[in-house]
Design a protein around this ligand. Structure first.
Ligand SMILES: [Zn+2]
Length: 95
């Protein structure tokens, strides 16, 4: 039998203190989550999800896209960036 009583407990927790853009490094009150994955079959499909937090600047969105293009995920025909098919984005970007 375990006997309990009320005691005041102090413990340390990781709490968010500020938000910083993963691309430009500047502090921002509101960050946007951008994720990409290869969206293909295989055990690593879930593991392929990568998410970064970026500020509202257009150049940071482009920076996130460049990071995606440099990643292994972009090598797949089924790759997705920010919920869009990379194969279609490539057409839009005339690549
Ligand atoms: Zn930024």
């Amino acid at each position: 039998m375990t006997i309990y009583e009320e005691r005041e407990v102090t413990r340390k927790e990781r709490v968010p203190v500020r938000k910083v853009c993963d691309i430009c490094g500047q502090e921002s009150k509101q960050l946007r989550n951008i994720s990409h994955n290869h969206n293909s079959w295989g055990n690593d499909s879930c593991d392929s999800y990568e998410t970064i937090e970026i500020c509202q600047k257009d150049e940071c969105y482009l920076g996130a896209f460049k990071k995606f293009e440099e990643s292994n995920n972009s090598k797949y025909d089924t790759a997705e960036f920010d919920g869009m098919e990379y194969s279609k984005l490539r057409i839009l970007l005339c690549k």
